[in-house]
Design a protein around this ligand. Sequence first.
Ligand code: ZN
Length: 680
Amino acid sequence: MIGVYRRLSAVADFYCRLSISAVVLLHAAGAGAAAVEYDITVRIDPVARSIEGRSVITASARGPLTLALARRFEVTRVLADGTPLGAGSAEAGALRTWRLAGGRGASRRIEIDWRGTLAPLEASLDHRQVLLAGDPVSGAEGTFLPDSSGWYPRVSGALARYRVALELPQGSRGLVAGRLVEESESEGRYRARFEFPFPAEGIDLMAGPYRVESRTMRGAGGRPIALRTYFHPQVAELASAYLDSVAGYIELYESWIGEYPFTEFSVVSSPTPTGFGMPTLTYLGVEVLRLPFIRATSLGHEVLHNWWGNGVYPDYARGNWSEGLTTFMADYAYQEREGADAAREMRLAWLRDFAALPPAQDAPLAAFTSRTHGASQIVGYNKAAMVFLMLRDLIGREAFDRGIREFWREQRFRVASWADLRRALEVASGQNLRVFFEQWLKRTGAPSVRIAEAAHARSGAGFRVTVTLAQPEPAYRLRVPIAVRTEAGEEIRELDLERGRQRFTLEVRSRPLEVALDPKLRLFRRLAPDEAPPILREVMVDRTTVTVLLPQEGEARAAAKALAARLHDHTPKTVSSSDRLPAAPALVIGLHDDVDAWLERHGLPARPGAVRGKGSAQAWTASRPDGATIAAVSARDGASLAALVRPLPHYGRQSYVIFEGAKAIERGTWPARVQAVKLD
Ligand SMILES: [Zn+2]
């Protein structure tokens, strides 16, 4: 297999992550078995876009080796143990490769010199485009040589330690992940040497007209940790706030998991609106750094990836657990710290997104390798995080944290799978977690649990409540929280549901009034229609959605068409305004009077009071009598409709949005109703 494998971690939830083929070889090369080392010297002129490099590679592997470098570079010398290797093969796409026969475990020494021109940096590219292009780019505003661009010759599929010495024109600063060993500036040149003494997945290089701020903190073991910001001048004033936050996150995770595994952490600004995480650093767009929630959440998520992802490597071929665990211990943990309501709000958002996910786009958690689009985030990040929450509820916080610490101690700088994680948590809890892990990792979808029957009777001095829970076969094994509301208050009981239909008896002291199913939303399950009020995203992502364009001509017609195209990530399926609606989600777009008349004609819920008469345009969802979701987009006039084309797609998580021109002035989700049965 030829190629360069690398994971780049995404930052804000609107940024997507690079998807790379399964790192099958990584597993074989993991656990310290790979003995590849790079010693690279590289000189870059960002403005001229030139690069000149020399690398000495030491590799001791039993089998054959494949050496790969991007074809855009000219190789001026390549020797293996002193013997020239020739021109290599240019068959592997953008890469030139050399195949070296097996070396019976003896150490090989490869020397290679290369040079060439980097692609021009286009600051207008968005995150996805930067990832798709995959080129090494350079310009006055910055240089970004991602590992996947093949900017240096590397041994395919092997983890490697490395040393990199880089040279840049005066005024530029640059770095790779790892320890800054020394730096100097003289004779118009900046020089820096870095060392990464652990098996790494690859090398990414960044440079730019940076102002560097630094600070040293003491890690838990007393070791110094160097914190730095490499910021463009326009965000330089944010440096000390970022350094404070990084220090806070490192302290948090050292006390929770174990010592920070590296000697530094840097926050580096990027001229493109990207968000990447690598070991020892995160690379964030200048505009991204200015967003207040980045420092409060995404930064912590990236710092935590130094433990999960870059400290312990996921076994990609068998499923990536690191995003779920990182989301649970960062994004979700911050909500928990804020309070029970904030945490519930996040669980509700996850469950609602899952309820809006068309079944065809669902996949088992074990199949998640890295984030490529919204659907895999819903499973790989959110469902996985909720699985960790259920696990902690099941075995208790103390055992969970002990298991996590043990997992870290055992697996540091190794490739670990879900099975390794399960083993650590089983040891810590003394419980067999086979069924738990199997159902949550291997099954698609989610359980749908409902209260089939509930009744009560007097029993001695108190009352006896019988609750029958039902779920479709094959049954999940679940610990279902049930709230019994009595005249004296509310009690939460946990019921171990194992079958498709099961009856439970509970004793309570005061007269029971109502039983409610999982009111705090601690179970990953398919919400009932009332529990998951419709959101706009449902009609946007579902490929079966039908679209009705009410305006027949003029500006309004053009705006409605443009809006329909923007709201779907596929070609919209349109039907005429007089057609009967199929049993599928529907999107209707038009001017106010036409929309009202159309809703009435089709017997659909009228424009809700929450939006009526407000702003210049409105969008809202409703449940149709047949259960399908309808979204309506309605405007005062053609210009107001046209103003929605850019902003509206960003409000997929809302049930309604009100716009004045292109500005959203009000938005929200319809209230969710807990599944409850009254007792009388
Ligand atoms: Zn992540």
